[in-house]
Design a binder for this molecule. Sequence first.
Ligand code: ADP
Length: 181
Amino acid sequence: MTDSRPRRAVYPGSFDPVTCGHLDIIRRGAALFDGLVVAVSPVSSNPEKAPLFNGVERVALLQAATRDLPNVEIEELHGLLVQYALDRQAQVILKGLRAVSDLEFEYAMALMNRRLAPQIDTVFLMTSDEYSYLSSSLVKEVARLGGALDGLVPEFVAEALKRRFQEGAEASPDAQVAERS
Ligand code: ADP
C-alpha cells in the first residue's frame, strides 16, 4: 500500500546567513520532496555562534534566495524541532552533511529526535564537493576581513554582509575576540 500524503520535509538551521552550501541542499531537497519548509532557528544551538542577522533578516534573505522554488517555504522555528515537524505535518527532517566531523553531533541529534518522534525520519544529503568547506561562520569571517565572497553566497547576501560590517559589527565583542585569537 502506498502512502498518498504529500511528502514534506523540514530543513532546520541557523542560516546566519544563507550560503550556497545551504541553497544546494534546499534545491536538492525541493526536488526530492513535495514540500520543503526551511526552519530558521532564532538562536543557534551553538553558543559560539552569536547571530549576526536577526531571525527576520535571516528569513528575508532565505526568501529572496529561494524565490524561484515554489514548493519551498521559509519560517522561523520556535520550540522543539520534532514538535514543529509534527505540527507542519512533515515526515522528514532534512540535514546537510559537510564532513565526517558533522556526523557525530548530527548522529546523536537524529537518534534523540527519533526517540522523541519515531514517526519522523532524518534524511542526510551529502554536500556537493565545491561547498564541502563552506559554513556561515567562515563566510562571516571572510566578509568581516573584506574578502571576496563570489560563488559562496548570493550577491545580495554578500551586500548585506558588507553593510552589516560597515555598520560596525566588527566592533562587537565577538569580532574583537576573533581578531585577537
Ligand atoms: P552553518 O552555520 O555551519 O552553516 P547551519 O546551522 O546554518 O550551519 O546549517 C544548517 C544545515 O545546513 C545543517 O544541516 C548543516 O549541516 C547544513 N549545511 C551547512 N553548510 C553546508 C554545506 N556547505 N553543505 C551541505 N550542508 C551544509
